[in-house]
Every structure is written in C-alpha cells, then in structure tokens.
Design a protein around this ligand. Structure first.
Ligand SMILES: Cc1ncc(COP(=O)(O)O)c(C=O)c1O
Length: 387
C-alpha cells in the first residue's frame, strides 16, 4: 500500500508557468491587460472561436452568456441534473427556471431525445454539460434548438481540449463556456472563458464583465482622452487578471501534452478494470475527443458487499484521493424545496450518482501512482466483491 496520500487532483505547474507569471508581475501590469489579451487570442485560435472573452470563472462565463441573450425572470433554460451547482445557479440569478432533463446512462450527458418534450413557450436556451470532457450529443441538441430558434450555451467546464465530429468544442454552439478552476484540464487558479462567433453578444459579454462600462462610448463621442467612460448597464466584476492569464498561457502551451498523459492514464485504468464484473469503465465514443478531465468509474453494486461511500473510504484508507461527480441537482435541499423534486424524478442521474467514483487523472501522476490506484481498486474489489 502507498505510504503517502495521492491527491485526487494536482495542477501541472513548472518553470514555464513561473516564468510567465514572473513576466506579468515584473511588467507592473497585474490586472487585465496584455497577457489577458494574448490568452484570449491564443485560446480563441486553439478552439476555433471568433471571440474569446476571459473571465474569472466558468460560472461568470455562463452568467454573462445568459445575460447577453436577455434572459428574464420567469423564463426557462433546459439543462441536466447531472452537473455542478454552477450550471443551474446562473439560471436562478435571473429568477428564471432551470428545467432539467435526465441523462444517458452510458455517458451521463443530456438525453437529446428528451429535449423536445421539455421545450415550452418560456424556453430561452439549452445548456448541455460535457460531463468528464466527453461531448454531449450536439448534432441532435442543435437540431432541436434550431427548430425552436434557441441558442445553445455549452457548459464546457470539463471539455478542453475536446472535439465533436472533428470540430473543437468552442467552435460549435452560440456560446461555449470553459473553466480554468484549480482542478481543471488547464488552470489559472480561478478563471474561465466565453467563446462565441457572435459579434454583438461578444461585445455585450465584454462590457458586462467589467461593470457595464462601454469603451466604445468614448471612442465615438469624444476625442478628449481615455479617462472618459460611460456606464450603459449595471455590470459585473468578472475580469481575469494578467497574473492568472500568464498562468493560463503557459498551461495552454502544454495542454496537448497534458491531455495525452491523461488519455494514457485513462487507457491504463480501462485496461485494468474492463473485465472486472463489479466495475463499469467510462464510455468513450469514436466520433468525439474526450478531454479526460475526470475518470468516472461506476460500481456494479449488485456484485459488491459494500456501497459507494464505503468504497470511497476503502480507497482513502489506501491513501488514494477520490471524488464523486456529481450529487445531482434535484436531490440538493435548495432544488428539492423550491421545485419539489424527488430522487426518482430523474432516475438515471440519481441511480448513476449512487455508484460513481472519480479516480485521480492528471498529468503529474507517475506510472507508479497510476499503478497504485489500480492496485488499490483491485484490492478493494478482491476483498468486497461477491463471488
Ligand atoms: C460542470 C461544471 N460546470 C461549471 C463549473 C464551474 O466552474 P468555475 O469554478 O470555473 O466557475 C464546474 C466547476 O467545477 C463544473 O464542474
């Protein structure tokens, strides 16, 4: 057994990040400035988007996207229960209603065939979530969205670098929102990006990310100087700092290497677990690129004497840090109380949650770390599987 704890997630930070951040600090420009511009430009190029607007979280990115489309109180936005708090809370910011549709048990992504039935005259947008970094069924989602003239806002917090039918995630929908939170596939500590090809929406997001201040106003109306600005709406304070963007640039430059490493860790895990009856390895699809932000193992509980919580404890006892993704939204007190949900309202989300465990998967892991995880999982199985 390992004698030191293997964290569930760790960022891959080396001299390149330190050099970029040092350059930002030494330049004297520590908040939004040239590094942020460069990060936006390079990220837009990496995902094939016309506009990339850097913000301080994916939550902020999704909030601004919904603001840009003019979401109002009483409107509805369709998403899934199998996600993190952020996806639905941004809808609630507007006093609008998150309408949940259940997920596909194979990949835990939105069931596109349930979408049409969830659309009403109040629906204003669809937010699919690419769970773990495997893109949702975007063709079908877009087909339904087009029929009802609805924008698609992808929650791509897990999905860089991912692609769907050879198109990078970030280049497909009206909006794509990325996260650079500490545990994500590239990190700026806290950070996010809004990608869109739509000029007016991009401009609105840019303005609302910084207090609703229109820079164009002074460009158009005065030649006096840059001190003048106009507030055109009560905006937010969502801008990314140059210190964070510097970190992001270094991470972006090694994103491909980090992705390859995660992909190879996922392949090792799946090779080790695919034939174990008590385990179900993650679903992959040949027509899309998985970012492997998470490796979501599922337990076949009928084959085990212990439940998921005990399985987690057994791995922790063996010094392996694991996590659970996600406690579905509809079983949390807030959503239960406001909307009267019961666990069985979204049976796939609920039942898959009961048997999910996320294993460590990050580029800093050594081969020995990967083997330790495999050994620990197989040991727990050997001790607790029903024969
Ligand atoms: C699916 C999903 N969406 C959104 C977010 C929010 O990202 P951020 O922390 O950058 O706001 C997360 C964060 O963990 C997430 O997992």
């Amino acid at each position: 057994m390992r004698n030191s704890f293997l964290p569930f997630a760790l960022p891959d930070i080396d001299e390149t990040e330190l050099a970029e951040v040092r350059e930002a600090l030494e330049s004297g420009w520590v908040t939004t400035g040239p590094k942020t511009k460069q990060f936006e430009q390079e990220f837009a190029a990496a995902v094939g988007a016309k506009h990339a607007i850097a913000v301080n979280s994916c939550t902020a990115a999704m909030h601004l996207a919904l603001e840009a489309i003019g979401l109002k109180r009483g409107d509805e936005v369709i998403t899934t229960p199998y996600t993190f708090a952020a996806t639905a809370e941004v809808i609630r910011y507007f006093d609008a209603r998150p309408v949940l549709v259940d997920v596909d048990e194979r990949d835990l992504n939105m069931r596109a065939d349930l979408l049409a039935a969830a659309i009403t005259s109040l629906t204003r947008a669809i937010i699919p979530v690419h769970i773990a970094g495997l893109p949702a069924e975007l063709d079908t989602i877009h087909e339904v969205a087009r029929q009802h003239d609805l924008p698609v806002i992808e929650d791509a917090a897990h999905a860089f670098p991912s692609s769907y039918h050879a198109r990078p995630i970030g280049s497909i929908s009206q909006f794509t929102c990325f996260s650079f939170y500490a545990t994500k596939t590239i990190t700026t500590g806290e950070g996010g990006m809004i990608c869109t090809d739509h000029d007016r929406w991009a401009e609105r997001c840019r303005i609302m990310a910084l207090h609703g201040i229109s820079k164009d106003a002074w460009k158009r109306y005065t030649a006096e100087g840059s001190w003048y600005y106009e507030i055109i709406a009560p905006g937010y304070k969502y801008n990314l700092t140059d210190i964070a963007a510097a970190l992001g640039l270094a991470q972006l430059h090694k994103a491909e290497r980090m992705w390859r490493r995660r992909q190879s860790i996922a392949a090792c895990y799946s090779a080790a677990f695919a034939q174990v009856p008590a385990l179900q390895v993650p679903y992959d699809q040949f027509d899309r690129q998985h970012a492997w932000h998470l490796y979501m193992l599922r337990l076949n509980l009928a084959q085990l004497r212990i439940d998921r919580a005990q399985f987690v404890d057994e791995l922790k006892r063996r010094n392996i840090g694991v996590s659970v993704h996600f406690i579905p939204l509809h079983i949390h007190p807030y959503y239960r109380e406001v909307y009267g949900y019961h666990p069985e309202d979204f049976p796939v989300a609920y039942n898959e949650y009961l048997r999910e465990i996320s294993l460590p998967i990050y580029s800093k892991m050594t081969d020995a770390d990967v083997q330790d995880v495999i050994d620990a999982v197989l040991e727990v199985i050997a001790q607790h599987a029903l024969m």
